[in-house]
Design a protein around this ligand. Structure first.
Ligand code: C2E
Ligand code: MG
Ligand code: MG
Ligand code: MG
Length: 283
């Protein structure tokens, strides 16, 4: 009986795997079509300076609007795209779109010179493509300074220590872009690389922020990250701020920036423009 069961389990797993890879392939096909048919869109989530309360930056977050109108969150398709070169096509689309939006905002006077847009760059993209020259000349043609962009990368990329990747990162940084470590605290969080690499921002992962009120442990970690980052000359961004109490605590700790539903959800470009206009009018 055990043997029989083992065989069945094995068959079940095989079928399961076959089905999974079929679903993945279907997804890749649909994503390829989505690029051709222009089904992606970017949302923008403002990031606030906790001292002044003003919008300092906004993160570009991709969405996929299927032909039937459903909006697919990135968690459903980015991990699949990341296992193929499709993530590079998506990444190039995001970069171009972000530059176009910046050009537009600056042209219409809605973006002060200090407003930056931040985009997520996948490790595979940075590792397998040398986009530095292309990206910099694209920015030049659009008359958008590299200083208006932040690239968000994950710790894994740095720990990998691939020299070519690090050279690219350095080149982007030398050109004026800011580099942010996303989801800080969830990986190895080896502090040493923060000094060795051209990092400007540390984004403290939402998992710490969400329990900051109830867990002394998470509060201590957040505080330690803020203090350490400050000593290394880096700015800190708290991700996923949802309550007033979290906001107050982060401000008291000395965290520089906040991003989260408390302040604003990711919004369409048009809504973001309205928000910027309101802020301008209030000033
Ligand atoms: P991330 O870069 O850490 O982005 C932050 C995520 O947290 C976003 O989810 C945002 O909507 C969500 N968030 C912000 N504030 C709050 C809050 O107060 N509460 C909660 N519960 N969530 C909050 P989103 O847009 O679903 O993106 C998820 C992840 O997908 C991103 O995590 C990023 O890793 C990836 N991603 C999104 N857009 C892109 C892209 O253009 N390229 C690449 N490579 N990855 C992307
Ligand atoms: Mg991010
Ligand atoms: Mg993040
Ligand atoms: Mg996160």
């Amino acid at each position: 009986l055990a043997k029989e069961e083992g065989r069945n389990t094995f068959r079940f797993h095989t079928l399961h795997l076959q089905q999974e890879s079929r679903e993945r392939n279907d997804m890749l096909l649909r994503l390829r079509r989505a690029i051709r048919n222009d089904e992606f869109l970017l949302c923008f989530q403002p990031i606030y300076d906790l001292r002044t309360g003003r919008i300092a930056e906004a993160e570009a977050l991709i969405r996929w609007r299927r032909p039937d109108g459903t909006l697919v969150p990135p968690a459903r398709f980015i991990p699949i795209a990341e296992n193929s070169d499709l993530i590079i096509d998506i990444g190039e689309w995001v970069f171009r779109k972000v530059v176009a939006v910046l050009q537009d905002l600056r042209g219409s006077g809605l973006a002060e010179d200090s407003l930056r847009l931040t985009l997520n760059v996948s490790p595979r993209h940075l590792m397998t493509r040398d986009t530095v020259q292309q990206w910099l000349s694209h920015l030049q043609r659009a008359d958008v300074p590299a200083e208006a962009l932040t690239l968000e990368i994950t710790e894994g990329l740095l720990l990998d220590g691939n020299p070519a990747t690090l050279r690219k990162l350095q080149a982007f940084s030398d050109a004026g872009m800011a580099i942010a470590i996303d989801d800080f605290g969830t990986g190895y969080s080896a502090m040493s690389y923060l000094k060795r690499f051209p990092i400007d921002y540390v984004k403290i992962d939402r998992s710490f922020i969400s329990d900051i009120e109830t867990s002394d442990h998470d509060k201590a970690i957040t505080e330690a990250i803020v203090v350490m980052a400050g000593k290394l000359g880096l700015k800190t961004v708290a991700e996923g701020v949802e309550t007033d109490a979290q906001h107050a605590m982060l401000r008291d700790i000395g965290c520089d920036f906040g991003q989260g539903f408390l302040y604003a959800r990711p919004m369409l470009e048009q809504e973001f423009r309205v928000l910027l206009a309101q802020q301008q009018a209030a000033a």
